[in-house]
Ligand binder design. Structure first.
Ligand SMILES: O=C(O)c1ccccc1NCC(=O)[C@H](O)[C@H](O)COP(=O)(O)O
Length: 216
């Protein structure tokens, strides 16, 4: 089975087009105002309109309230939600019901126990899981995700996943092959690793990441 990719944190037409042209199967728009990758929902709608139906448009939220979700869901520009905060299993289930869209719960992991606990807690309520690195506590600039930091991929070894899952955290065109080999991931997610500066996506890096993924 081929390895497919999600390019997250897109903010410009040029980089959305690069992701689609390079073969991305998912594109992500960040609905989290403190992020340098944040887009307003009307900007996301305009970018989402450039995306063909075989590419899923993912809205990334961090502990969203119902008003924010309602605003983003109204236009029908999203195909999937990514919850990247501290949402409880109950909240994930509630959002899924309200949105009537598949929900992917992002889980920040540092140890094998984090992975197992997350699978227990979210395996039944989320449609997909995403494993990302826990933010470094000594970095004042750290966001809840999108920090370009990998975790020890060996902690995923041999875990039985109840749902489709994505590998994320610090992936780059240079390390994605090693990450896939270590984890067996079939879906990989990248943000920082395809940027020329924090929050600034590079069409060239996007193309390089997708080319590296296509070779796997
Ligand atoms: O990208 C952000 O700014 C962001 C803010 C708050 C929560 C999550 C965020 N991003 C998550 C992602 O972009 C990815 O899904 C993933 O975690 C990969 O990030 P990276 O390590 O930068 O490749």
């Amino acid at each position: 089975m081929a390895v497919v990719a999600k390019i997250c944190g897109l903010r410009t037409e040029e980089t959305v087009r690069a992701a689609v042209a390079g073969g991305a199967r998912y594109v992500g728009f960040v609905a989290y105002p403190p992020s340098p990758r944040h887009v307003a929902f009307h900007e996301a709608e305009a970018l989402a309109a450039l995306v063909p139906p075989h590419v899923l448009r993912v809205g990334l939220f961090v502990d969203p309230d119902d008003d924010l979700l309602g605003e983003w869901l109204e236009g029908g520009a999203l195909d999937m939600l990514q919850l990247h905060g501290t949402e409880s299993a109950k909240r994930v289930a509630r959002i899924r019901e309200m949105a009537e869209l598949p929900v992917m719960k992002a889980i920040r992991v540092a140890t094998r126990a984090d992975v197992e606990q997350a699978v227990d807690v979210y395996g039944a309520v989320a449609d997909r899981l995403m494993f990302d690195a826990a933010p470094l506590t000594d970095n004042p600039q750290a966001l809840p995700g999108g920090n370009g930091v990998p975790f020890d991929w060996r902690i995923l070894e041999g875990v039985t996943m109840p749902k489709p899952w994505m590998l994320s955290g610090g992936l780059t065109p240079e390390n994605v092959a090693a990450a896939v080999q270590a984890t067996g991931a079939r879906i990989v997610d990248v943000s920082s690793g395809v940027e020329s500066a924090r929050g600034v996506k590079s069409a060239e890096r996007i193309a390089a990441f997708l080319a590296a993924t296509a070779r796997l």
